[in-house]
Design a protein around this ligand. Structure first.
Ligand code: ATP
Ligand code: MG
Length: 385
């Protein structure tokens, strides 16, 4: 069993008022679920949580897992000792460096401890200086800060640094959202960003098999698995757009293809969102990035749905999106060269500023559109992750 514990901290932001326990309970559940399968004990105290009694060889795995839990802002790996003052001094001496400057910063959540914070700072400081004469105290800009936490129940924790965690809001606290997940760079980032704000993500992928390949679908499955690490209840559905695209291709002017496909996607998405209790649709659009993402195109697409469509990347540049994709680990998969369904029957000149009445006129030519949408929705496939 390790002598270490892992201290988990969450932000203050949402901890005000009566909603505190709602957020905290969700966060606790998410931590329990994430650490499932690892032999350890979880302690949930006020304002701070502790993972303890784990095997040394599991420490890195625990850190890796908790760093992806939204709602946690930082963690520290700390050493544990008991209340005994000799034990406290021995551990402090072991942890501090031999030379340079240091400061002790004590904090008591157990107020009945025999020394108060100031006394404990002084006691530890003196013991360390006696043992390490080349070290000196600097209260303002020390090389090393020894943090000492005195907890209820007999534990004292010492640590020197904190590691940032994922931040954001506990997954689930913001409800459910339907992510339109392509195999590209943007939509996985969009999903990550709203998962970070507490949304449980259900994803929907459109394929155009046999125009798009099994490999293209497999890529989306692998992206979904990466996202599932951040949003544990992540589910993936897949729907074929092939017949709808063929019908548009047959009945409508070529340059309306993308606009009409995107409207069909939105109509289907709204149905799937309703069936899965999702309160919003999420996509990876960024203003002006391509013809289908001008304000006019977005408006014409948005006009077919009532549900709010969240576009977390709307104001971001591609390189900013790529930075996040790299950080969350989706970039390398996203850039694998497989075709997306949007590239099937791609016109030479897609509309940049579609006009709604003309779009509706073109769309009306597909007499069986309603039936094709029904058929596509009915054939939805759930993909195991
Ligand atoms: P991405 O990098 O996410 O593929 P993109 O820049 O290629 O985006 P578009 O192809 O216009 O842009 O797609 C815009 C958004 O529409 C995507 O971010 C995604 O949310 C959704 N989308 C596009 N293609 C699909 C698809 N095959 N299945 C599901 N959603 C899709
Ligand atoms: Mg795309």
């Amino acid at each position: 069993m390790s002598n270490n514990v892992i201290l988990l901290r969450f932000g203050e932001l949402y901890l005000k008022g009566k909603n505190q326990s709602y957020f905290e309970n969700m966060l606790k559940d998410n931590i329990r679920a994430k650490l499932d399968g690892i032999d350890c004990k979880l302690y949930f105290g006020r304002g701070r949580y502790v993972v303890k009694e784990y095997a040394d060889h599991d420490e890195d795995e625990i850190i890796e897992r908790v760093r992806h839990i939204f709602g946690l802002h930082s963690l520290s790996v700390a050493r544990r000792c008991g209340y005994d003052l000799q034990e406290v001094a021995d551990l402090a001496i072991e942890l501090t460096p031999d030379v340079g400057t240091f400061r002790v910063s004590s904090h008591r959540s157990y107020k009945k401890y025999e020394l108060d914070s100031m006394q404990l700072n002084k006691y530890i400081g003196e013991k360390v200086l006696q043992a390490k004469p080349a070290l000196s105290v600097d209260l303002h800009t020390p090389d090393y800060v020894l943090n000492v936490d005195v907890r209820e129940g007999g534990d004292i924790y010492m640590y020197d640094s904190a590691m940032p965690c994922a931040g954001g809001m506990p997954t689930g606290t913001a409800g459910d959202g339907l992510l339109l997940l392509s195999g590209g760079i943007d939509s996985p980032v969009a999903g990550y960003m709203l998962a970070k704000r507490g949304i449980n993500i259900t994803a929907l992928h459109f394929h155009s098999y046999p125009y798009t390949s099994e490999a293209a679908k497999d890529k989306v499955v692998r992206l979904a698995r990466i996202l599932k690490d951040y949003s544990p209840s992540f589910r993936l559905y897949s729907i074929s757009l092939t017949k709808i695209q063929e019908a548009i291709h047959k009945c409508c002017k070529p340059n309306y293809m993308i606009t009409l496909v995107r409207r069909a996607m939105m109509r289907i998405a709204e149905r799937i969102a309703a069936a899965n209790g999702c309160g919003c649709i999420v996509n990876g659009e960024s203003l002006g990035q391509v013809a289908s993402q001008t304000m006019e195109s977005i408006n014409v697409t948005n006009a077919v749905v009532k549900l709010p469509v969240f576009r977390p990347l709307i104001g971001m540049d591609k390189d900013e999106i790529i930075d996040i994709a790299r950080r969350i680990g989706t970039f390398e998969t996203s850039i694998e060269p497989y075709e997306d369904c949007c590239t099937v029957f791609l016109p030479d000149y897609p509309l940049i500023k579609p006009e709604i009445n003309k779009v509706e006129e073109q769309e009306a030519r597909i007499t069986e559109l309603g039936a094709l949408i029904e058929e596509a929705v009915a054939a939805i496939e759930t993909i195991e992750l």
